[in-house]
Design a protein around this ligand. Structure first.
Ligand code: FAD
Length: 426
């Protein structure tokens, strides 16, 4: 990992270009000593795990980079629980687990770090195994006031209960998590049905997908063209009857191809052929993630709305995409959490990007993102706070829509455990 002139080597280009005040690697008593740990010194502290968001490094702010000293992964072969450091990226986790024929419901990219888990974690496998937070067994770390915490599921006392629930979905606002213990799953083969489709086909496939069994999920991305993936987990290498029926229904779409993968690790959801600008070093970007329920009879109006949004795109690097959750993510048997919109079955996201020094294009792109969000609100009224946007002017609206009726509890936790407001503001 290079660090030249206070720049951070991370996948997110905004953060990569940020001129840091200070880079910190250690979370220990000296970080929290009164002289170092004050708003005056840190104003405020950015935490970096996978480094895929625009909030892990900012001009003039300090970054705590967990990747160097909190990158251990260890699987307990008896319990099949894996312990990871707070700076582990999801690709390293699933590659490690695969050696033991285990896996974890990571998202559509291997690049995100612990931020993926702590903000909820929506995976193509979530319909069968829940969100990433539903698979947390224990955590260790520090509250924003420097207090060490170690919490284990089923051993949480009354005082710790609210902290435990808030760690699952809202951890970045009041804690720094250095270790997470997770349930793992058996690694199974995957079938992916994928290809370019037109709007009419997308509409038909969304309709089909809203009836999918839990081992199937749809994800689509509308950049220059529409590409979609139907993800099918094959338990014991077999297609059950219902899966088989849906796969047969998909045969009528001529552009879709079926690919078999030995395991989840083999799949690349954003192939170069899509010409996405995500990692283009000349571009800066922001992403906003929404949540909503099945579209049902609204599919035709949604498609019209999507068409309009794409017609108004300010440049070719902006896109809209969506992933499917539901089934197990609707269940609360993993315990209460700060991912409050459990009824959600779709998580669309809007990606706005611009040439990094072009302030006018930035304004247009962010305006397009905001207007598109407004248009999509009737279908997807809530927010998945996977990215923190306290540097943007819709931050307050976003957090209110993300945490809903738990917002006041989160504010209380923030006041108690991050009284100086050193971690990201609410
Ligand atoms: C290509 C791509 C694909 C994605 N696909 C999905 C997907 O399928 N499903 C999904 O749910 N999300 C997805 N995401 C979103 C991603 O999971 C979130 O943006 C996540 O927050 C990124 O985490 P990170 O550790 O990489 O980011 P970072 O930029 O390192 O961290 C983001 C913020 O999280 C907080 N944070 C991170 N680690 C810790 C820690 N250990 N303790 C306390 N706070 C911490 C910090 O405030 C930090 O600023 C995707 C993102 C990308 C770039």
């Amino acid at each position: 990992m290079k660090n030249n002139n206070n720049l951070l080597e991370v996948p997110n280009i905004n953060s990569k270009d940020a001129k840091l005040k200070k880079l910190i690697y250690d979370v220990n008593d000296s970080l929290f000593s009164q002289d170092n740990y004050s708003k005056e010194h840190l104003e405020y502290l950015c935490v970096c795990s996978g480094g895929t968001t625009s909030s892990c490094a900012k001009n003039g702010f300090s970054t705590l980079d967990l990747r160097k000293n909190h990158s251990k992964i260890n699987l307990d072969r008896e319990s099949n629980l894996v312990t990871i450091g707070g700076g582990v990226i999801m690709g390293d986790l699933v590659n490690y687990l695969q050696k033991h024929n285990r896996s974890f419901p990571i998202g559509l990219s291997k690049l995100p770090g612990a931020g993926y888990i702590l903000t909820g974690g929506v995976s193509p496998l979530s319909r069968a195994y829940g969100l990433a937070i539903d698979n947390i067994e224990s955590i260790k770390g520090f509250l924003g006031n420097g207090t060490f915490i170690s919490l284990k599921k089923n051993q949480i006392n009354l005082e710790e209960q609210l902290i435990w629930e808030a760690i699952k979905g809202a951890a970045p606002f009041f804690s720094i998590i250095t270790e997470i213990e997770l349930k793992t799953i058996q690694s199974n083969p995957i079938k992916v049905v994928e290809g370019f489709v037109n709007l009419k086909e997308l509409s038909e496939i969304i309709k089909l997908s809203e009836e999918f069994p839990e081992n199937m999920s749809l994800q689509w991305i509308y950049a220059q063209k529409i590409y979609l993936y139907i993800f099918v987990e094959l338990k014991s290498n077999l297609e059950d009857k219902r899966t088989e029926e849906y796969l047969m229904l998909l045969d009528k779409f001529p552009s879709l191809e079926k690919h078999f993968h030995e395991n989840f690790n083999e799949i690349n959801f954003f192939p170069k052929g899509l010409n996405l600008y995500e990692l283009n070093s000349n571009n800066h970007s922001e992403v906003i993630s929404l949540l909503g329920e099945d579209l049902k009879n609204d599919i035709p109006i949604f498609i019209e709305c999507l068409n309009e949004i794409m017609d108004n795109k300010p440049n070719n690097s902006c896109y809209v995409a969506s992933q499917q959750l539901g089934c197990k993510t609707k269940k609360l048997n993993h315990g209460s959490s700060f991912f409050v919109h459990r009824k959600s079955t779709w998580k669309p996201w809007i990606y706005a990007s611009w040439k990094k020094d072009d302030l006018q294009e930035k304004e247009f792109a962010l305006e397009w993102m905001y207007k598109s969000w407004s248009k999509l609100k009737r279908f997807y009224p809530n927010i998945h706070l996977a990215q923190l946007h306290n540097h943007l002017n819709f931050h307050e609206e976003e957090i209110t829509l993300a945490f809903g009726n738990r917002m006041n509890e989160l504010k209380t936790l923030k006041n108690i455990f991050d009284p100086q407001g050193i971690l990201p503001p609410l």
